[in-house]
Structure formats: structure tokens, C-alpha cells
Design a protein around this ligand. Structure first.
Ligand SMILES: [Zn+2]
Length: 336
């Protein structure tokens, strides 16, 4: 039977890829598998906790744009740009360029295609930031692609292996995307503004809104990953291990409550956002407007219910972290 591909990690453990899944092997076991002296495979896979699934959940609908091989080859060459000082420099220089741009450009004609291209370029830079930081930490990124999350189109990068890194390097993977995005916006915005300032300014505003959104501690955003990594959660909706200490329980409950509050605010703002979208898209005959309003109301209800369930789940987990699970007593299970 085929074992899969095996690779030594910097800390002595081994990464085993098998049928599209990843397993982390302790060093001793990894050595034996590598030497072809593996124990019976089923026992092996039940022994290795599959720790790398955390980032595999993402957009509901997704398609690959750049295969992992290309991402690795490109990101590997610019590894130095994912060091902590480089990330800080990118954010500072990008932020300054953006501020200068916004202060110096007057109103004028905006070219929507230019704005779209600039925003897409910066989003791609964001994903390459994650990939490069992962390589720098010793992991290997996968594909980059497009997807749809709820109703929002997004770019994604498979950085599942971030789960294998130490905490500091995991947080760097989380933050590198935003740093690269701000750096790219500053550089590209400055170049484009030479030819068309108003388009550059509008694109940069859109990029800043996207950055702010990524940093919100929602469920699958970079801000959420930072919080989860800081308190040692697999993700914000994952339970703590049974042996977690009191401080870690409190910290986990804290970040879950913060995420629940932000999610509630976003859910509450949704109908107004959709009304704004409706106003932009439809200005036709009253019949069409009524239909569009109904359709958007339906979307708002479905998304609100889904988000409300997540909020309830987060609060439930926070209560359990704090040891007040008696609020929701466990259902009796029949015993044999
Ligand atoms: Zn990101």
C-alpha cells in the first residue's frame, strides 16, 4: 500500500501527505516510516492527530487560479520580505504612500477597470504575503484561488501547514497578508496616480476597507486567526483541550465573546448594507425594485440566521470555557 509523501519539518517532526490529507508524525515514528519500517498503516493513522485541517475550511465555492507549485516557486524567492522587520517596513511605507496619495489628489474622472485591476492586484499580494510568511516559517503553501464566502467574492491561499508552526510564526502568517496588501496598495497606487490620481485614490480606499474587514475578528478572517493563535485555539469555534489551565480558558472565552459581539454587529448592519447595494444596482421600474428588495430581504434573513447560529455557538463555547456549562445541560445518553 502507498504510504504517501514524507518530509522532515524543521523541528524534527515529519509531515506526511496522503490522499490529499496531511498528518504530523512524531520524529521517531517519522524516521521509521521513512526507513520503510512503518507499523500497520491503519494503526499509524489513528495514532497521528490530523492537526492541519484547520485552515482547509474556507469559502463555500472555490476554484484554483495558481497551483501550489507556482505559488511555492514565486514565494520562495521573496522569503526575506516576510521577516518581521520587512513586514513592518511594508506596512509603514505603504501607509505613508497612501496618506500622501489621499492628501494630494483632487477629484476627477475614475476608470472603474483601473480601480478593479488595482484592487485585484493588492488582493493577490495579500495571499502571497500569507504564502511567503508560511515558507519563511518552514511550511509549504498550497494553491491560490478565488471563491465566494456568503455572497462576497474572495481570494484564498491554502496555508493549512501554518498549524505546524510555532505560535510566533503562525501569527506572522496571519498578519503578513495585510502587511503585503498595504505595501502593494502604496506602491501600485503611487505608480497609477502619475497617470490617473482619482482612480488610484478610490482603489486605495477599497483596499483599506478590505484590510479593515480582514482584521475584524469574524470567524474566518485574519483577525480571527490572530486571536485563535494567540490563545492556542485551533480556530475560534474549536473547543479547548480538557487539560487547559484557567488562564487559557479565560483568554479563550474572552476572544470568543469579542468575536460574538463583532459578528452580532455585522449581522445587525447587514440589512442596511444590502439596502445600499439595492440602491446602487436597481433604479428601474417599481415592479423590478419590489422583486429585488424581496430577494435581498430573503438573502438577509438566510445570512442572519446562519450568523446568529454561529454567535450562539461561540457564546456556548465561551460559557463552557468559563465552566458554566450547566446553563446548557448535556443531553442524557443511554448507556449500554
Ligand atoms: Zn488573509
Amino acid at each position: 500500500m502507498e504510504v504517501g509523501s514524507l518530509r522532515a519539518l524543521p523541528d524534527g517532526r515529519w509531515l506526511l501527505r496522503r490522499f490529499g490529507r496531511r498528518y504530523v508524525l512524531p520524529s521517531e515514528l517519522g524516521r521509521r516510516v521513512d526507513a520503510g519500517e512503518a507499523p500497520e498503516l491503519d494503526a499509524l493513522f489513528s495514532m497521528c492527530a490530523d492537526r492541519t485541517q484547520r485552515r482547509s475550511f474556507g469559502p463555500r465555492w472555490k476554484r484554483t487560479v495558481l497551483p501550489g507549485k507556482i505559488v511555492v516557486a514565486a514565494a520562495d524567492r521573496v522569503q526575506a520580505a516576510a521577516s518581521w522587520p520587512a513586514l513592518l517596513a511594508l506596512t509603514t511605507a505603504g501607509g505613508l504612500a497612501i496618506a500622501l496619495l489621499q492628501a494630494n489628489v483632487r477629484d476627477g474622472v475614475v476608470h472603474p477597470v483601473v480601480v478593479g485591476l488595482l484592487v485585484a492586484f493588492c488582493a493577490l499580494a495579500h495571499e502571497f504575503g500569507h504564502a511567503t510568511a508560511l515558507i519563511r516559517g518552514g511550511g509549504q503553501p498550497g494553491d491560490i484561488g478565488v471563491g465566494v464566502m456568503f455572497v462576497v467574492p474572495v481570494l484564498w491561499c491554502d496555508v493549512s501547514e501554518a498549524a505546524l508552526l510555532v505560535r510566533r510564526d503562525r501569527v506572522r502568517v496571519d498578519l503578513a497578508g495585510v502587511a503585503w496588501q498595504i505595501g502593494a496598495a502604496g506602491a501600485a497606487g503611487a505608480i497609477v496616480s502619475v497617470w490617473n490620481g482619482p482612480s488610484a485614490v478610490l482603489a486605495v480606499k477599497a483596499v483599506l476597507a478590505a484590510v479593515a474587514w480582514s482584521l475584524l475578528p469574524l470567524l474566518r478572517t485574519d483577525g480571527a486567526w490572530v486571536l485563535a493563535d494567540l490563545v492556542g485555539l485551533r480556530d475560534l469555534e474549536a473547543p479547548l483541550p480538557r487539560d487547559a489551565g484557567r488562564r487559557r480558558r479565560r483568554a479563550a472565552a474572552g476572544v470568543r465573546i469579542v468575536a460574538a459581539i463583532v459578528l452580532t454587529l455585522v449581522t445587525a448592519a447587514l440589512p442596511w448594507r444590502l439596502r445600499g447595494v439595492a440602491g446602487l444596482l436597481w433604479n428601474g421600474p417599481p415592479g423590478v425594485d419590489a422583486f429585488a428588495t424581496l430577494a435581498l430581504a430573503a438573502v438577509a434573513v438566510v445570512v442572519s440566521v446562519a450568523l446568529g447560529r454561529r454567535v450562539a455557538g461561540l457564546l456556548h463555547l465561551a460559557a463552557r470555557d468559563l465552566g458554566c456549562s450547566s446553563l446548557w445541560p448535556a443531553r442524557e445518553r443511554p448507556r449500554p
